[in-house]
Design a protein around this ligand. Sequence first.
Ligand SMILES: [Zn+2]
Length: 457
Amino acid sequence: MLPWKAIMLLAHRIRLEASPAQRDYFARAAGTARRVWNWALAEWQRQAAAGIKPNAMALKKQFNRIKYADPTWLDEQGQPWLRSIHRDAHAQPFANLARAWNRYFEQRRAGAPAHPPVFKKKGRCRDAFYLANDKFRLDGCAAVLPKVGRVALCETLRWPGKILGASVSREAGHWFLCVQVDVPDETARLPRSRDGITGVDLGVSAAATLSNGEKIAARRPLTGALRRLRIRGQRLSRKLEAAKAAAGIAGRIPKGTSLPVSENRTKGAQALARLQARIARVRRDFTHKLTTRLCRENQAVAIEDLNVSGMLANARLARAIADVGFYEIRRQLLYKAARYGTNIVLAERWYPSSKLCSNCGAKHASLGLGERSWTCAACGAHHDRDINAAINLQRLATGALAAETALPVASPAATPGTAAGPGLAGGGKVTPVKYEHGQQDGSGQEENAAHFCARFC
Ligand SMILES: [Zn+2]
């Protein structure tokens, strides 16, 4: 086995064409998963407070002892309703909870902002439940799921490979089957159409500016839908206020009370959810097309390692930034790069890509956020802010590739058109390389700023 033989996990999310009875089952199964999660989390917190070290496996065993007997888990006839729901839906929340706590402790150890797992609220949380790979099968354009039988799929599974598991989840009234597949290398790898080297400046006025001067405008679905969002939000809120008035509630709805179900309020909530789902779809479509294109056409792509959460803290920019979906662009670039054998070069956060003159390398003293263009004091070149930054990033990518080719191993640059090299290695290596420009002030710190990572996803 080659040392860089790695597992490529891909997930395909397919819409289900479910019958009303099947949809009803999905909703009940997702509700079960939610309720078991809440039970497990409450028990975890109780044990931790009592000084016992909680353990997900032990919790699951504890739950298995009570789930068909405890009065809170029986229906009005005293029958255990949990029997009508497939086991995976109420076994998986324990594994999920263990993962959530592990992530929380890891983040806390790393000093990163961390949030412990929270209770899931009906109508507020994502409705989903899990299916293990031996409990369902795909049969062309249909899935055979436990307890519900055949459900039509909107498309067939895109990749051959070993199916590892699936989840069924709801988005705005539609149910989706998300199948996780371990895809063999030869399927996972895709040929590149070109071997360019591109620097990409992500921004708000143009979502991406390429070093060849091309500006790709963002599809900003939220900005376009704001008015309709407000209208639908107001409609829903009026119905909610009316229902609260009818129930004699002023202010916040007290914990544990639920308003009577109203057909019109449900319809209003669904209309709002449909619009939000559409916004998410448009955004997803844009980022996927952009990142696929960048990886397909380039052997190296350099982007800034943007501090997205820091930028979101800027209230005036937050909506525009979140609307472009920077973090998602970066995530998709990293995993698609592995498929196309593209090198992704992340410039360090303090690399001054906008302030360096791409013509002579002088560093511009200060550059306000609003300044879209500037003139270099040293050489007199006039720069478009974004294009200049993209060209500087391209230089970084070129430097990274040069460093790669200097290594004795076959590099992606040496085998054009193929996804060669340790593309799927997953090892991730850090290649410190000096950049040729912008060391004028000689502070010593600038030199360190030239370090960056050539990472493989
Ligand atoms: Zn200059």
